[in-house]
Write a new protein. Structure first.
Ligand code: AGP
Length: 608
């Protein structure tokens, strides 16, 4: 879950690499480093903490060279300190290497090399790679990296330079993302496009077990078996300014405010209002099988998993399909047995989450068909699924996922509506659903206009160390997502629970110091939720109610009310999550937390 970027070109590499690292910082931010080559001379600097610490260290230093590699780290092996920061080198300091991933057999390899007299200066798995590449080097860096790839087990996205291989960078990938960027100013490679989108939108995705040599004006891709590969250059739809704060104090708040537009983008060109049926070009390749599918399994992690949980309720409402929802990290180790024509839907913002990737590979092995709902174009999950739907939500920089969650819910609704309209859903129901979907962006805007009110509620309760989130049916997963957001960015302990479960345990936690966020739009679960709130109030627990606008009666029962516009019951989750996102944001802001880069987290979890 680190970020790597490298450049070889006409310009001085130092500032290009530092700029690229800043765009990648959300991937890992406990230490960073850079190595720049000028002829056979390589200058290397590493620092603990954020990129700014590295910048402070090299500011004013003349670091010449138009070729270099750089890294921002999320520690897996060895604590965050300068010794464990990348780039890593071999004992003669000829090889310099940055790596994203985990070398699983590094322990064995390290022991063997130590027996041969090698001394290691770090606790990392990565350093073993530098030693092996140096050992395998006999004039061709590309060949040395290829030999080393055959000796290691695990995952890597890596970039390496060598004193005796001037003018070239060799990059390689297995399991961790690596994208090559091509421009007139030179060539790049990085963990994701945001590190180079300022210079180019012409990219090539390296696939597993491939490596490439980058030079000033060329790149050559080959396989682990030295077979040359020709690959098409793709154009990225994002722009550099998409990765800027645009006047917001944090990316999380910017992305919360982007939701009217990103929900619209999730539906753009995908609605046929007159027919009451969506059109999803991305699943056309498998449509003949999918439309007869009666068993569907959604797999995902974290926030994407909670979107899938809402998705199950929506599919049950709109289709006759039996839907299961699975945590990818558990699913991959289960004894899987699928009825014929089972479809797996993998949900992932990054498209690189290791557990979700492994889960779909396991399901494929067991004969299931694979679909993806993914935001990052060209990512591993998008390439390893047969068909799918992109979110078109632009880059999500804040580690806490917000706009992608509502976009995932909108897309799941379109998918269920499309399948339902080919089953028992009537034209009228379809038209009504599409009308309600089209009203969502304006309704989200209306909720965002209550930001000051929501901030005032946060000011009242942000010192409370424990919170409870409750919901039923469609809104039960929103309770879990609301709790996750608060935990992620404010470090306040929070639990999301199905309200009906409260009496079976969590009610023991209720006290005047424990606020409960109750999600109760005016749907068929409303009365049940009111009784749950009465149980909490009778134990003097403060309650923040998220409910349908105009619901006056609830004001007498609860402490705070946040209104959401009226919509269809299966669309309430898209609206109800927005106040939860804002509550989490404002609590974290009041607690002065590092909102966009919460401790211990990273945006894309590319290791198991
Ligand atoms: C959510 O805010 C977190 N960043 C995390 O739970 C995330 O949802 C999870 O890691 C899945 O990521 P993905 O959607 O990129 O696969």
């Amino acid at each position: 879950m680190c970020g790597i970027v490298c450049y070889v070109g006409k310009k001085q590499a130092k500032s290009i690499l530092i700029g690229g690292l800043k765009q990648l910082e959300y991937r890992g931010y406990d230490s960073a480093g850079i190595a720049v080559q000028d002829g056979s001379n390589i200058t290397c600097h590493r620092a603990v903490g954020r990129i700014v610490e590295l910048e402070k260290k090299i500011n004013g230093q003349e670091i010449n060279g138009t070729l270099g590699i750089a890294h921002t780290r999320w520690a897996t092996h060895g604590e965050p300190n300068e010794r464990n920061a990348h780039p890593h080198t071999d004992p003669e300091q000829k090889v310099y290497l940055v790596h994203n991933g985990i070398i699983e057999n590094y322990g064995l390899l390290k022991k063997k090399l130590q027996k041969e007299g090698h001394h290691f200066s770090s606790e990392t798995d990565t350093e073993v790679l530098a030693h092996l590449i140096a050992l395998n080097f006999d004039g061709s860096l590309n060949e040395a990296v290829r030999r080393t790839m055959s000796q290691v087990e695990g995952t890597f996205g890596l970039a390496v330079i060598h004193r005796d291989a001037e003018g070239e960078i060799v990059v390689a990938r297995r399991g961790s993302p690596l994208i090559i960027g091509l421009s007139d100013e030179g060539n790049f490679a990085a963990s994701d496009v945001s590190a180079m989108v300022r210079y180019t939108n012409q990219v090539v995705h390296l696939q597993d077990n491939e490596l490439a040599t980058l030079t000033l004006d060329d790149f050559a891709i080959s396989t682990g078996q030295a077979k040359r590969i020709e690959r098409t250059v793709e154009t990225v739809e994002w722009h550099a300014e998409d990765a800027d704060l645009d006047g917001f104090p944090h990316f999380m708040l910017k992305e919360i405010y982007e939701q009217p537009e990103t929900v619209m983008n999730a539906m753009r060109g995908r609605l046929e209002p007159g027919e009451g049926v969506p059109k999803l070009g991305g699943i056309t390749p498998v449509w003949d099988q999918l439309k007869t599918c009666r068993h569907l399994v959604m797999v995902a992690c974290g926030t994407s998993y909670y979107a899938a949980c809402v998705g199950r309720y929506i599919f049950e409402k709109l289709t006759d399909i039996d839907v299961e929802v699975e945590l990818a990290s558990e699913f991959r180790y289960r004894k899987l047995n699928f009825p014929p024509n089972t479809f797996i839907v993998a949900l992932s913002q990054s498209g690189e989450t290791a557990d979700t990737l492994a889960a779909i590979r396991e399901a494929k092995r067991k004969g299931a068909r694979l679909l993806g709902i993914v935001n990052v174009v060209g990512s591993s999950i998008s390439r390893e699924t047969e068909a799918g739907i992109y979110n078109h939500a632009g880059p999500e920089i804040g580690v806490a996922s917000t706009k992608i969650f509502t976009s995932q819910l909108a897309i799941l609704t379109l998918m269920a509506l499309l399948l339902g309209r080919h089953q028992n859903l009537s034209l009228t129901e379809g038209v009504e659903a599409i009308r309600a979907l089209q009203a969502l962006p304006a309704q989200i805007k209306k909720i965002l206009s209550q930001a000051n009110h929501i901030e005032a509620i946060a000011e009242k309760y942000y010192r409370c160390p424990n919170w409870l989130f409750l919901g039923r049916k469609f809104n039960f997963p929103i309770a879990m997502e609301g709790a996750l957001k608060l935990k992620e960015v404010s470090y306040i302990h929070a639990e999301g629970y199905a309200a009906g479960e409260m009496k079976h345990g969590p009610i023991a936690l209720i006290s005047p110091q424990m606020p409960t966020v109750a999600i109760l739009p005016k749907d068929d679960m409303y009365e049940k939720m009111v009784s749950n709130i009465q149980e909490i109030k009778s134990r003097r627990g403060p309650v923040v109610a998220i409910t349908t606008e105009g619901n006056r009666e609830i004001c007498d029962l609860v402490d705070e009310v946040i209104e959401i516009p009226a919509t269809l019951d299966f669309l309430n989750p898209i609206l109800a999550v927005v106040p939860c996102q804002l509550l989490a944001y404002y609590c974290a802001n009041l607690l002065c937390c590092d909102i966009d880069k919460p401790r211990n987290l990273a945006k894309s979890v590319t290791v198991e």
